[in-house]
Design a protein around this ligand. Structure first.
Ligand code: ADP
Length: 188
């Protein structure tokens, strides 16, 4: 059984690695960013609510995000494990994830922190802006996303480190090398 969280700043490669790891570990990758974007493009109420925060580089309110993740993790395919990409990102989300897991008698196996220096991150996000055209990949919004990450999410690494769950993996290098590094660090 594999229950993992991927942490790291925007542009560290969480989404890319989450898809590859999920395949290797045969668990679903649950990406809150992807779920929000799917809702935006389908024009759902959740999408309308989330979009204004995403476009500003702010976090969607915890109440909205927590409810969405609780629904997703209650689906049958997540019963045998999951890989969370982009959640939790706030202290309140950590507490809510603890609650969800405890309710099912489960716990996390590891939290992988993908690291990348800010120069590399800005370069990657600018490149992604050109190739994918995500509406939150403009320079001002990128800057805000990095600030919010530093303020709200970076402190979570300490919480998980104190629990003995945190493993740090260098996110710089070829995509397949980073995947191999993560799997090796997890002993898989
Ligand atoms: P990135 O990590 O590259 O910034 P994501 O695709 O993971 O991109 O997330 C895009 C946006 O979706 C975030 O900037 C935020 O507005 C929203 N979002 C994603 N996950 C969360 C979360 N756990 N809590 C609040 N907002 C979130």
């Amino acid at each position: 059984m594999t229950r993992l969280v991927l942490l790291g700043p925007p542009g560290a490669g969480k989404g890319t690695q989450a898809k590859r790891l999920a395949e290797r570990l045969t668990v679903p990758a649950v990406s809150t960013g992807d779920i929000f974007r799917a809702n935006v493009s389908e024009g759902t109420e959740l999408g309308r609510e989330a979009q204004r925060y995403m476009d500003a580089g702010e976090y969607v309110p915890d109440s909205v995000t927590n409810a969405m993740v609780a629904d997703r993790l209650a689906e049958p395919d997540a019963a045998g494990g999951f890989l969370l990409d982009g959640y939790p990102r706030t202290a309140a989300q950590v507490a809510e994830l603890d609650r969800m897991l405890a309710a099912g008698g489960a716990s996390l196996d590891a939290v992988v922190e993908l690291t990348a220096d800010s120069e590399e991150i800005v370069a990657r996000l600018k490149n992604r802006a050109e190739t994918e055209g995500r509406s939150d990949d403009t320079e001002t919004v990128i800057r805000r996303r990095l600030e919010v990450y530093t303020e709200q999410t970076a402190p979570l690494t300490r919480v998980y480190s104190e629990r003995g769950l945190l493993v740090e993996v260098d996110g710089i290098g070829a995509v397949e090398d980073v995947t191999a590094r993560i799997l090796a660090t997890l002993g898989r």
